[in-house]
Write a protein that binds this ligand. Structure first.
Ligand code: AMP
Length: 132
């Protein structure tokens, strides 16, 4: 069975898209721990990041860097924090989280509730800043 992220790639499930190219896709986390919390995935479904071949793996990080630079242009923050967890969705992904302190990247805290309009408005502004 395909992962929920493969369903996003195929368009079966919607997302708030930030950027994509042939191999990678970035979209907002639906249960963000911070405004601008973004997931970056390879379109090819593979569970564990460290099982990716070197080219696909390094390309994922280069793509994530471009997305991170766009997020920080829009969301006021000290830095973009990065996490790889993968315990919930078995499809490799990088979390990009705007942070001002370590408390901003605590995945156990209550998730933000954003309206669809808020997600869309932020996605439009961030995606406009992405330079692939
Ligand atoms: P983890 O696998 O532990 O790194 O967490 C998976 C992340 O994917 C969580 O932060 C979820 O909120 C997020 N997530 C799960 N389903 C969706 C979805 N349909 N769209 C966007 N984000 C999702």
């Amino acid at each position: 069975m395909s992962s929920v992220f493969s369903k996003i790639v195929s368009g079966e499930i919607p997302c708030y898209k930030i950027a994509e190219n042939e191999n990678y896709l970035a979209f907002f986390d639906i249960n963000p721990i911070a405004k601008g919390h973004t997931l970056v995935i390879p379109k090819h479904e593979i569970d564990y990041v460290f099982d990716m071949d070197d080219d696909l793996y390094s390309g994922l990080w280069v793509f994530a860097k471009k997305v991170a630079l766009a997020i920080e242009k829009v969301v006021p923050c000290t830095k973009i924090g990065v996490a790889v967890i993968g315990l919930e969705v078995a499809h490799a992904h990088i979390h990009l989280v705007p942070i001002n302190g370590i408390y901003d990247i605590d995945f156990s805290k209550d998730k933000l509730k954003l309206t669809s309009d808020e997600f869309l408005e932020l996605a439009t502004r961030v995606s406009a800043e992405v330079q692939l």
